[in-house]
Design a protein around this ligand. Structure first.
Ligand code: 2AM
Length: 172
């Protein structure tokens, strides 16, 4: 099973993000836009994990002791042709650090790329001529979010569609 840990969004927050996705769509010729139900901020990407290790993964998450905190979501940028919203605040970095240390303790593999908190809105984005991430950034509606939990997600493909299934929630 393909697993990752993420911070999800409420329906109200998804409404704001969807407005941003709608304005991004208008500036693009094409792109693989993140579907509303898949919007998230990844804390750690585990990749393929044996079903037998799931208990240990959940145990590592359950051990993470944290208090609710706020993040600022906004400010668009681009890595290659991936367009994202930035996520501001040091606490989410500390949370990812705690979670990753707990995974280490259980010997669970995760992608070691340094944590760079972001919310992917579109992959394979192709902007309209004369348009770029800077134009989108100028139109972005930012918002603050209180983080009170994170989730263990399973990434699956159903009829070719990317579907994320929530397996476990660690509430602070
Ligand atoms: P992304 O949003 O920057 O693409 C599920 O694939 C989630 O895990 C995505 O949010 C993806 O981040 C993130 N992720 C991090 N490292 C990854 C990797 N090596 N392969 C696939 N997804 C990864």
């Amino acid at each position: 099973m393909r697993l990752f840990f993420a911070v999800g969004f409420s329906e109200a927050e998804k409404n704001v993000i969807s407005e941003n996705v709608a304005s991004l769509k208008k500036m693009c010729v094409r792109g693989n836009f993140t579907r509303r139900e898949n919007l998230h901020i990844t804390l750690a990407f585990l990749g393929e994990v044996d079903r037998a290790s799931l208990k240990s993964v959940i145990e590592a998450a359950a051990r993470v002791d944290f208090s609710p905190f706020d993040i600022a979501v906004g400010g668009a940028g681009k890595f290659g042709n991936v367009v994202w919203l930035g996520v501001g605040g040091d606490e989410i970095k500390r949370l990812a650090g705690h979670l990753r240390a707990s995974l280490d303790k259980n010997g669970i593999y995760y992608d070691r790329k340094p944590f760079s908190p972001h919310l992917t809105l579109c992959r394979e984005a192709e902007f309209q001529p004369g348009c770029d991430a800077e134009n989108f950034n100028a139109a972005v509606r930012s918002f603050d979010k209180r983080v009170v939990s994170f989730d263990l997600m399973e990434s699956t493909r159903i009829d070719g569609r990317l579907v994320y299934k929530k397996l476990y929630t660690r509430k602070f």
